[in-house]
Design a binder for this molecule. Structure first.
Ligand SMILES: [Zn+2]
Ligand SMILES: [Zn+2]
Length: 340
């Protein structure tokens, strides 16, 4: 038997390497969503925990590049269309919709007979401001787990929007001040309200203005938006005012007519989080997959392995184990929940 030599089985995905500062794709010599400047970065979407400034070259969707330019100034960008197939080094690369925010993409990598999907952040429910998540069966699925606990089940967006409008109409002397993350959530809320026939002016905090304009330039109609700062108290009665979450309790909001404080976030499922921000009307609206969407997506894609990012990995890794799917945790730095 001494003529037999032991040849180790190559590990799945041995050609991509997760580092704390991002995922390195060796045969393409590119980084995905790196948290520090690199010679060549592929970027899934414009949220600050994925898109940083300072790369020598960036490949992303045109919408994501526009968002990065809005935030960081001119980029050495190479726009890529959804579904377009590119060869980078020895790797076939394509970007497909992730359904998270405008321009968000999953990055599909093919090399050595293996397909790896880096999903970035994603959700499965409809969003009038972006293309829907496209499932791509793969060998390794790299998933987020922002809401990776069974307690996180986001309700229907429609029911949350109805609660917001009921509260608004029941209080014509007050305004409803909604805290919403500046990229994605704010524009989605506006578009959802428009879809429900709410054609009144919506007043926005100055910090939301540039990104709302960018969405409109990219073809997402948001209707009549007005700056909240220049509006009188009387003008704001019976109106919806949007601001970034950080402005909910600051001096800025004191000039509003007795605001009903609301916040739109997946975290509003947790009462304590709502109380911390003095939120009277918590709206559970998230741009991330909830527990059911995470597990449904993994079932659907049937990957051989799941690699998990973004915080609450343990429960999802345990779930994968119960379903005979190999899973591991990736400790990427700086992936935060600011874009909830
Ligand atoms: Zn994100
Ligand atoms: Zn993220």
């Amino acid at each position: 038997m001494d003529h037999l030599i032991y040849i180790p089985m190559p590990r799945f995905g041995s050609w991509i390497e997760p580092f704390p500062e991002g995922i390195y794709v060796r045969p393409a010599d590119v980084w995905i969503d790196p948290s520090r400047p690199t010679p060549f970065a592929l970027v899934t979407h414009g949220h600050a925990d994925h898109a940083r400034g300072g790369h020598e070259k960036v490949m992303a969707t045109a919408e994501t590049l526009a968002i990065m330019e809005c935030r960081y100034g001119p980029q050495h960008g190479a726009p890529v269309a959804y579904g377009e197939s590119l060869r980078i080094g020895e790797v076939e690369v394509s970007f497909v919709p992730a359904g998270h925010v405008l321009g968000s993409a999953q990055i599909v990598l093919e090399h050595a007979g293996e397909r790896i999907v880096v999903s970035g952040d994603y959700k499965r429910r409809p969003d009038p401001t972006c293309a829907p998540f496209q499932p791509v069966p793969c060998d390794i699925f790299i998933t987020e787990a922002t809401f990776g606990l069974p307690v996180f089940r986001h309700p229907d967006t429609a029911s949350e929007m109805d609660r917001l409008l009921e509260r608004l109409h029941a209080n014509p002397e007050r305004c409803v001040l909604v805290g919403a993350y500046a990229l994605g959530k704010a524009q989605r809320l506006i578009a959802e309200l428009r879809e429900r026939g709410h054609a009144d002016p919506i007043y926005i905090h100055g910090a939301l203005q540039r990104l709302c304009e960018l969405y409109e330039e990219q073809g997402v109609a948001l209707g009549d938006l007005r700056p909240a700062t220049s509006a009188s108290k009387d003008e704001l009665r019976g109106r919806i005012v949007l601001c970034p979450p950080g402005a909910l309790n600051d001096r800025w909001s004191r000039r509003l007519p007795d605001p009903i404080t609301a916040m739109a976030s997946g975290w509003m499922r947790i009462r304590q989080r709502a109380r911390q921000r003095n939120v009277e009307l918590p709206l559970v609206v998230s741009d991330h997959a909830d527990w059911d969407e995470l597990t449904q997506t993994i079932r659907e894609l049937a990957p051989r392995e799941v690699w998990v990012t973004h915080g609450r990995e343990d429960a999802l890794i345990h779930w994968c184990g119960l379903h005979q799917i190999k899973a591991r945790e990736l400790n990427l730095l700086g992936y935060e929940d600011e874009d909830d």
